[in-house]
Design a binder for this molecule. Structure first.
Ligand code: A2P
Length: 273
């Protein structure tokens, strides 16, 4: 094409970022990395709206973006942004998002928000990160954040999934953390990883909620008491899971915090694409 060729209108996405890497973990789970807008500042644990352009409206011919909330799974210091998603075959966004490849563009609205941040918790000794399914994403960010390791003596990540294959993203994350020279040194022996499955046998079978109520988690990890003097928690999973964990934490005397009023625990619903 030379300068004289009439240029076709190239569709440019608003707030476009370029996909750099895609990993398919199971038929229903994938993660991907995109370029990071130079101006984007966020706190590890926050989420942004991301998406793709929808099909043009047959009447108006105009297309609207389809956007969903996604926790940023990469830490605040990373050059790129990582996301972890389910694939829903008839989902408006993830039915298409699951097919992205390096070089493709996605829309990313650069306005990060969220409650799963250190600022929303009072100082404590032990941090619990309770997740189910893709709810592990904000913790993937926080676990790679040096502040997490500087602020706590012990960090316990629990991840409950239906099947063993769904634990793989988290297992690889933990492996990577321990192997990482810088973060690995900060972590030392502070990290406890507690994966459980509910619909397939694994070394620890059962919902984390039931295991906590039975005192099995505490026995496995050698923890005598959980209470507001020592313990802080962040919760990210399905609505039902979040409600049950909240009840359990309140039973230990922990109170829910917010950015404006830091307390003992914070909750966010895992987002569905
Ligand atoms: P279960 O298999 O017993 O329903 P989902 O894929 O439905 O989002 O669930 C992800 C994981 O979270 C599953 O292991 C599921 O267990 C578990 N889960 C769902 N609801 C709750 C809840 N209310 N409390 C504890 N775990 C839950």
């Amino acid at each position: 094409m030379n300068d004289m060729t009439p240029t076709q209108a190239v569709p440019v996405l608003p707030d476009a970022q370029t996909v750099t890497e895609v990993t398919h973990w199971t038929d229903y789970l994938f993660s991907f990395r995109v370029t990071r807008p130079a101006s984007l500042r966020f706190r590890s644990g926050e989420f942004v709206m991301i998406g793709l352009m929808g099909d043009p409206d047959p009447k108006t011919g105009k297309a609207k973006p389809i956007l969903r909330a996604y926790s940023i799974a990469s830490p605040a210091w990373d050059d790129e942004l990582e996301f972890y998603s389910i694939k829903v075959q008839d989902g408006p966004l993830t039915s298409r998002l699951q097919h992205i490849k390096p070089g493709d563009q996605i829309i990313l609205r650069p306005k990060p928000v969220g409650t799963l941040v250190h600022d929303a918790l009072l100082p404590g000794k032990r941090l619990w990160l309770f997740s189910t399914g893709t709810g592990i994403a904000p913790f993937a960010s926080l676990l790679r954040e040096p502040e997490t390791w500087e602020a706590y003596d012990e960090v316990i990540l629990t991840h409950t999934c239906r099947e063993v294959a769904e634990l793989e993203y988290g297992r690889r994350l933990i492996e990577g953390l321990r192997e990482d020279e810088l973060i690995g040194e900060l972590i030392g022996d502070k990290l406890r990883y507690y994966p459980t499955t509910t619909r397939e046998e694994s070394p620890k079978t059962g919902r984390i909620t039931d295991l906590l109520r039975r005192g099995e988690v505490q026995a496995d990890l050698g923890i005598d008491t959980i209470g507001p003097e020592t313990d802080r928690a962040m919760v990210c999973g399905s609505l039902g899971f979040n409600l049950e964990i909240k009840e359990i934490l309140e039973g230990y005397g922990l109170e829910e915090g917010a950015n404006s009023e830091p307390k003992h625990y914070v909750v966010e619903k895992a987002f569905v694409g």
